[in-house]
Every structure is written in structure tokens, then in C-alpha cells.
Design a protein around this ligand. Structure first.
Ligand code: URA
Length: 430
């Protein structure tokens, strides 16, 4: 019988990172492979990720880690599709439904958009959960079907199979329960390993900052954006990033079916101003990378082309774009306590409130309520009068109202001075 002789001792690698040293390319390649095949134990990887969390990684180490995670699984290739492929990734926010209007809008210009998405965990919602509130719509499709739809109607939003960067799947689950998620080298390598393995030719990153974002500080978001843009560029994927404000919920809805409704309004040329602004900015960025810098994206929203592409995208995955969306059995309205201007509406508490109403899940295996969430009736800067509805809670289970109300308590304020919000897009990183 032959036994494999491992070239490194895991504990030596942990000591290197504990002492703020750098791991070699060979050490990182071995580590990711050995962790994927179960030789490196979860408790060893936990110690190592905590050391990385505390002491960081060099740019070369982050690149090595990303490439090693890509090599842990399959990669996709859309080179023979006959269309340019451009994807977008958001680091996640409250009311962030932008993928829904954005993917068909970009596809309406003849570009293929492969959007491998996830389900929500915690206060940020998942794109698949949102689309699953459309009767008949299926998140899981084969790679062959994905290719067919991309060649035909262009936009596909589907579940990422477990074959892409499986090392990241295992590592992310571990980080989730060991307090090591919010770490730039680990976030950057995690996101970019999946995006590069997916085989897109170009990628636009929507990196959030503010109270409802993973990374709240704009300086840190800038560093995350820079790190990911460099990783993409080094791997031959044309990559740019927009730094966008996530202090206030995006749009007027938080929750799955509520967000689909608002996305459809945007695709019909309406919708809240901030949703349109961010959709248009990201679409311009994606189409520029696809070689169409002068595409008139606003016209495509206003003249029905984006809506036609949406209907084709939903039908291609079994959904009925004209079916009624689910509505909640119970609602609870919160009114303005005084007249004045809405001056504050903090994203995180509203995200947690919608989650507690049933829009999100606490554990991976939990179901979500399609119709649960929060509908906002005013945004910061709007004039309000005492007694006017400020927001409505939606849920199928009224027992959830109290904890949701606790979450949003103190999350808004009304003052005498009108405040103005800056632009959603704060910076571009290329
Ligand atoms: N999303 C990911 O895919 N990975 C992270 O580490 C954080 C957010």
C-alpha cells in the first residue's frame, strides 16, 4: 500500500500567518487542495483564517489563493457563444434588487449575462429567493440549458452549481460560523474565484459601503474594490467596480415579491429614482466593457426593450412573468409621529426587520416567505405629515410583527431641515 506524503505541515502554515509572514505559492496551492480533500481539518483552517483576518495577506498571496480555489473545481467557458459575456456582482445590501432589472436591460443590447447567484443569509436578501416568488420560476438549470438561454435571450440568473470553486463553498461556510467573513483578502478571493471560474469575459463589481453593507467604511470598501479589480484583471477578466452608498435601503421595497414588483416597475420605465440611477450606471459600465460605450440604456428602459428581455428571461426558466405575485396575509402600518422631513432611514435595521418578518433565513435550510418584507412610503428628504404612513410591514405570520418593530425602532428620524442625499455611485475603480 502506498501512502501520500504531504509536503507541508498545516501547523507550520498557521504559525507563519500567526506571525504575520507570507505563505509561498506552493504552500497555498497545497493548503487549498488539502482542505478540499479533507486532509486539513476545519479547526486548523479556522485558526488559519483567523490569523489571516488579524494579520492580512499580501497581494501575491491573495492571487494564489484565488487561483487555487478556482482549480479546486470546474470552470465554465462561454468563448464559443458568439456573444460577449458580462457579469455583475454586488457585495450585498438592503433592498438590492438591481440584478433583476439590470440583467435583462443589458441583454436587450445583444450581450449575454451569466448571473450565477445565491440565496440570502442574514439581513441581505438573495437574488434567487426574489425570483422564486414568481410562479413557476426555477433557479436550478443545467449548464447546457444555461448556455442555450444565453445564446438565445441572453440573460440567465441561476443557482451556482457546487462544482464551481468548491474550496470556497467549504471555506465560506466555515468563515460564516467563525467570525472571519469581514476580511478583505478572504472576501476578495472568495468572490473572484467564483466569478473567474464562471468564465465571464468581463465583470462589473458593485461594492457597497454604509450601514447596510458588509464592509461599512468607504476606505475599506475602496480597498476591497481595488483588490478584486486587480484579481480580475490579472486573470484576464476585464473588471471595473463602482463604490455605492448602502446607508439607506435601495428603492422602496425590501423582501422577495415586493422587490420583484418594484423591479418590474423599473423595467416599465418607472420605479424609484435610486433604483433607476444605479441600474443605469451599472448597465453603462457593463456595456462599456462589452464594447458598447454609447448604448442608450435609458431608452431601452422607457421603450419596452428591457421589459421584453425580462419576460423572455423569466419564461426561459419556467416562470410566468404575467402571473400575480404573492401578497402577505397580514400588514401593519407605521405612521409619522410628527410633521417635517424624513432625515434618516438606516438600511441595516430595515434589513433586519424584513428578515424577521420572514423575508430572509437564519439558517441555510430555512424557507423564506415570498410575500414578507417592508414597503417604505417615504425616503430621506421627503416631507411627511403627522399620521401619514411611513412604512408597512408585510408577513403571513402576525406573531412576527413585534420583533420586526423592535428591529426598526429608532432607525428613522423626522426633523425640520430637509436633508439631501448624495449620488448613489460615489466612485469608480478601474
Ligand atoms: N460573498 C462571497 O461570495 N464571499 C464572501 O466572502 C463574502 C460575500
Amino acid at each position: 500500500m502506498t501512502t501520500t506524503v504531504e509536503p507541508f505541515d498545516t501547523v507550520d502554515l498557521i504559525r507563519v500567518k500567526r506571525g504575520s509572514g507570507a505563505l509561498s505559492t506552493a504552500q497555498i496551492d497545497w493548503l487549498i487542495d488539502a482542505y478540499t480533500r479533507g486532509y486539513v481539518a476545519d479547526e486548523q483552517m479556522s485558526a488559519l483564517t483567523m490569523a489571516i483576518f488579524l494579520n492580512g495577506m499580501e497581494r501575491r498571496e491573495i492571487r494564489d489563493m484565488t487561483l487555487a480555489m478556482i482549480r479546486s473545481g470546474e470552470t465554465m467557458d462561454f468563448a464559443g457563444l458568439g456573444k460577449t459575456t458580462v457579469d455583475k456582482h454586488s457585495t450585498g445590501g438592503v433592498g438590492d434588487k438591481i440584478t433583476l432589472p439590470l440583467a435583462p436591460l443589458v441583454a436587450s443590447f445583444g450581450v449575454a449575462v451569466p448571473q450565477l447567484s445565491g440565496r440570502g443569509l442574514g439581513h441581505t436578501g438573495g437574488t434567487l429567493d426574489k425570483l422564486e416568488s414568481i410562479p413557476g420560476w426555477q433557479a436550478s438549470i443545467s449548464n447546457e440549458r444555461m448556455r442555450e438561454i444565453m445564446a438565445d435571450s441572453g440573460a440567465v440568473v441561476c443557482a451556482a452549481g457546487s462544482g464551481l470553486a468548491p474550496a470556497d463553498g467549504k471555506l465560506y461556510a466555515l468563515r460564516d460560523i467563525t467570525g472571519t467573513v469581514e476580511c478583505i483578502p478572504l472576501i476578495a478571493s472568495s468572490i473572484m474565484s467564483k466569478k473567474i471560474a464562471e468564465g465571464t469575459a468581463a465583470l462589473v463589481l458593485d461594492v457597497k459601503f454604509g450601514s447596510g453593507a458588509f464592509i461599512q467604511d468607504i476606505e475599506q470598501s475602496r480597498l476591497l474594490a481595488r483588490t478584486m479589480v486587480d484579481l480580475g484583471t490579472d486573470a484576464g477578466v476585464a473588471t471595473t467596480a463602482l463604490l455605492t452608498d448602502m446607508n439607506v435601503p435601495l428603492g422602496l421595497t425590501i423582501g422577495n415579491a415586493l422587490e420583484v414588483r418594484e423591479s418590474v416597475e423599473t423595467l416599465a420605465g418607472g420605479g424609484p429614482a435610486d433604483i433607476r440611477e444605479l441600474t443605469v450606471a451599472l448597465a453603462r459600465e457593463m456595456l462599456t466593457l462589452a464594447g458598447q460605450p454609447d448604448a442608450d440604456v435609458e431608452a431601452a428602459l422607457d421603450d419596452g426593450r428591457a421589459m421584453d428581455a425580462w419576460k423572455a428571461m423569466i419564461r426561459a426558466q419556467g416562470g410566468d412573468p404575467d402571473a400575480a405575485l404573492p401578497t402577505a396575509r397580514e400588514t401593519h402600518v407605521v405612521t409619522a409621529e410628527r410633521s417635517g422631513y424624513l432625515t434618516e432611514q438606516r438600511a441595516l435595521p430595515f434589513g433586519v426587520g424584513a428578515w424577521r418578518l420572514g423575508a430572509g433565513r437564519a439558517r441555510k435550510q430555512d424557507p423564506v416567505q415570498a410575500a414578507a418584507g417592508i414597503e417604505l412610503h417615504a425616503k430621506p428628504g421627503d416631507a411627511v405629515t403627522a399620521g401619514q404612513p411611513l412604512f408597512t410591514l408585510h408577513t403571513d405570520e402576525p406573531a412576527r410583527f413585534d420583533r420586526a418593530l423592535e428591529a426598526v425602532q429608532g432607525a428613522w428620524s423626522i426633523g425640520d431641515e430637509r436633508t439631501t442625499r448624495g449620488p448613489i455611485v460615489a466612485e469608480r475603480v478601474s
